[in-house]
Design a protein around this ligand. Structure first.
Ligand code: UD1
Length: 344
């Protein structure tokens, strides 16, 4: 029997890679996306890479007026489970517009829970984040350690995890995996899908890539006086294709009948500094990446990397790709699509 999976936010950076891996694992996919931070061309390219079209609904999950249409479509599709990625994700914006972040992110999750419940498909894999650890946990961070986000975006991730836990506690036929992503980077090896930020990138890799391709003059390195090996921030970068495979493994786990709610780190288990990431990208792209040292960014922690043991034990999943793979694939996407999906 072919499993049918709803992917909210399926046209976005992580979503597009998740959809492709799901189709390649033999599942049918229904993307629900409103394109607020994604491009319709991504859906075409997923279909082209997968060798068949994916089902699609353009809808805003946070809009009450669209809830019925979403529920109807999910029922008609015959969903068995969902991967929930739709949401707003800019930390700085969430500090300036907290109510909007809570309304959109939490409202979207609730719409999906109701629709899946109505369809009798009580399995959700949720895109959470290592941001739920704030700076409370000890490296390598474990799922059983303390949580506590430092900004509204992070709190939406934490609250949605808690909501899904409550849903699973109230009804034992629900299965939930809260995947806590470390730092997803890179792109599909084909160079056809990848990260396409709307505005000035907030995150390190898309910024480096835009400097390498000549769209921006130089990178600002946020702080070189952290207590790390070279003074710059250390993160656990994970190839987006490895990350996408983690979602397939989480669905496999739920489809085996595992119920209840479980949090699982998706990380490599080792960290790279900002300067090490710049050096790796330079090697992969053979381009110069000018940078200046800038003040620390508010809310940044010095160092964070995962303990990936639970993912291995529970899901049989671990990362396969290296930092050089991440940079080479990110560069292939950026150099083949210098202006993202919009073309030039
Ligand atoms: C950030 C978010 C996190 C979110 C994640 C999503 C913050 C504080 N954290 O994680 O909540 O879940 O993105 O992907 O925004 N850096 C620079 N120059 C830049 C950009 C980044 O030096 O122009 C440094 C940062 O200080 C950090 C590292 O690069 O040390 C990684 O930064 P980034 O890619 O933004 O990821 P996080 O901050 O880990």
């Amino acid at each position: 029997m072919t499993r049918k999976i709803v992917v909210t936010g399926g046209a976005g950076y992580i979503g597009s890679h998740v959809c492709l891996e799901l189709v390649q694992s033999g599942r049918d996919v229904l993307i629900i996306d409103d394109f607020s931070n994604a491009h319709p061309e991504a859906v075409n390219r997923i279909g082209a890479l997968a060798g068949r079209k994916v089902d699609f609904l353009r809808a805003d999950l946070a809009d009450h007026g669209q809830r019925q249409a979403v529920a109807d479509k999910i029922k008609e599709f015959g969903a068995d489970g969902a991967v929930h990625l739709a949401g707003l994700k800019a930390v700085g914006e969430s500090v300036a517009q907290p109510a909007r972040y809570y309304r959109v992110n939490i409202g979207s999750a609730l719409t999906l829970v109701d629709a899946m419940e109505a369809a009798g498909a009580k399995s959700i894999v949720f895109s959470s984040s290592a941001t739920v650890y704030g700076d409370l946990n000890q490296n390598p961070v474990t799922e059983t350690g303390r949580t506590g986000a430092t900004n509204p975006y992070g709190r939406t991730k934490l609250y949605i995890e808690e909501i899904l836990k409550d849903v699973a506690a109230a009804d034992g036929s629900w299965g939930v995996v809260n995947l806590r992503y470390f730092n997803p980077v890179g792109a599909h090896h084909s160079g056809r899908i990848g990260e396409d930020p709307n505005d000035i990138p907030n995150n390190l890799f898309p910024f480096i890539a835009q400097v390498a391709v000549g769209r921006r003059d130089e990178l600002s390195v946020f702080g070189n006086d952290y207590p790390t090996r070279d003074g710059t921030g250390v993160r656990d970068y994970i190839h987006v294709v490895d990350l996408a495979k983690g979602h397939v493994a989480a669905l496999d786990y739920l489809e085996k009948g595992n119920r209840g709610a479980t949090a699982v780190n998706l990380g490599a288990g080792r960290g790279y500094s900002v300067l090490e990431a710049v050096a790796a990208f330079k090697r992969a792209s053979n381009r110069d990446i000018p940078y200046e040292i800038a003040p620390r960014r508010d809310g940044d922690v010095a160092e964070i990397y995962a303990d990936p043991t639970r993912a291995k034990e529970l899901l049989g999943w671990s990362t396969e790709k290296t930092i050089d793979d991440m940079c080479a694939d990110h560069w292939r996407w950026q150099s083949q699509n210098p202006n993202g999906y919009a073309g030039d």
